[in-house]
Design a protein around this ligand. Structure first.
Ligand SMILES: [Zn+2]
Length: 440
């Protein structure tokens, strides 16, 4: 046996779909992993013959896919899940969420809420998540401890946060975070000005310059509500998209969450500047923000991906469920059952997400040489069969309970439906203690 075929792990027996352009599902396939990367993809028999002594992970009965990528979240808000529902966004935010954050969010609770989020994400097949919140150095640490990939950003907003009093302080924390995670194997630092209506023009420009200087993604909420668009039109004479474009905030490094209320002109700008969009259908539905024109954005060549948003407005981090809703929602509102077909939705939640986060050279497909982030979906229930079209099966018939194994950078973080890196019982008990205090 040559040195070259010494692999660390072989995922065998599943139907492997790399999702590389032009690829299709390969029954009884295998993925060989070495040093956290995909070393080979091929027929199980062939790869097993090459290295009979390699450790094997049985994926028979599973569909083996790239791990799911969640491009917008506020992870520690798991602690506020279900605290205030069925309210208008402004009331929800100003009377419930912000006061609770001011009172209860600190270094310790952000760690706990993020650990709960990581457990939920991994069990749902999500291997990479973006986050924008406070104490994001802790968010990065917790995700790394859980063996999960993250693109984490301390938020900047023009009023005090649970962590910082001033924008100068917030920017200092962003710089510290960027230094802390520079060249980290799992964690990518990012910059996150909250939104065009909560950060003034001067601070938006500072943030854009900082993202450029540090060469990191810039994550922002954009055109989430009609109210936001009307406010910007009135105050700046421009749509939020046109306003940010003029300030130089929009570029190929931008991750723009929501983009619900965007005009055809806005869509042209997003496409031209190669802005990445995070479509958050469940949060937008729950807060009655509206429905983002995703089919039009895709037709214009905009980079689109999927996000859950925070668990206070969703109320889960189940990206697979949200993908199903995206696939159905756009058919319903356009009256066209051919929009957002399953294959497209699968692309949005894998390679599309990787592209929006600037990680497509490392993850998003199961190409040889990429890092080994993958999910093995294999349900045992009645709805597990038959499978004529794996993309349709994932998007329309699978549930997060179908997630059997999850690997991030070659490490098995979920095995047979159980977390290997997080003690969920312990996390749940601690969350219940805090929830008693939050509920008052
Ligand atoms: Zn958000």
């Amino acid at each position: 046996m040559s040195e070259r075929t010494a692999w660390d792990l072989l995922v065998v027996g599943g139907t492997v779909w790399t999702l590389e352009p032009g690829s299709g599902p390969v029954p009884n396939g295998a993925v060989a992993i070495r040093d956290g990367r995909i070393a080979a993809v091929g027929p199980s028999e062939e790869l097993l013959d090459l290295t009979p002594s390699t450790e094997v992970l049985d994926a028979s009965g599973c569909l083996v896919l790239p791990g799911f990528v969640n491009t917008h979240a506020h992870l520690a808000m798991t602690l506020l899940r279900g605290l205030a529902d069925d309210l208008p966004l402004k009331t929800w935010l100003e009377e419930h969420i912000w006061p609770a954050e001011r009172q209860f969010m600190n270094r310790e609770t952000v760690r706990l809420g993020t650990r709960l989020a990581a457990a939920e994400l991994l069990l749902n097949g999500v291997t990479t998540t973006a986050d924008m919140y406070f104490f994001d150095d802790e968010v990065g640490d917790v995700l790394a401890e859980a063996g999960m990939r993250g693109v984490v950003a301390e938020s900047v907003i023009d009023f005090p946060t649970p962590r910082c009093e001033t924008v100068d302080e917030m920017i200092e924390k962003q710089r510290e975070l960027a230094a802390r995670f520079e060249n980290h194997p799992l964690i990518t630092p990012a910059i996150a000005p909250h939104a065009p209506y909560t950060v003034c023009a001067a601070n938006l420009v500072r943030e854009a310059d900082l993202a450029e200087e540090l060469d990191v993604p810039l994550h922002i909420h954009l055109s989430e509500t009609r109210w936001e668009v009307e406010k910007l039109l009135e105050e700046k004479g421009k749509s939020p998209v046109a306003y940010l474009a003029e300030l130089g905030v929009l570029s190929e490094r931008t991750v723009a969450a929501h983009c619900v209320h965007v005009s055809p002109e806005d869509i042209e700008i997003l496409a031209e500047l190669e802005v990445g969009v995070s479509h958050n259908p469940v949060s937008n539905l729950k807060l009655a923000s509206g429905v983002a024109p995703v089919p039009a954005m895709l037709a214009a060549g905009v980079k689109v991906s999927l996000g859950t948003d925070g668990p206070a407005s969703n109320n889960t981090l189940d990206l697979l469920r949200d993908a199903q809703i995206a696939a159905l929602l756009h058919k319903g509102v356009t009256g066209d059952p051919t929009v957002l077909p399953a294959r497209t939705v699968l692309e949005l939640m894998t390679a599309g997400g990787a592209r929006v986060l600037g990680l497509d050279d490392r993850i998003g497909t199961l190409a040889e040489g990429k890092e080994a982030d993958l999910v093995c979906l294999g349900a045992n229930g009645p709805a597990a069969v038959p499978v004529y079209d794996p993309a349709s099966h994932v998007v329309y018939a699978s549930r997060s309970s179908s997630v059997r194994h999850v690997l991030v950078r070659g490490r098995t973080v979920v095995r047979d439906g159980a977390l290997t890196t997080i003690d969920l019982d312990e996390v749940r008990a601690k969350v219940q203690e805090i929830a008693h205090r939050i509920a008052g």
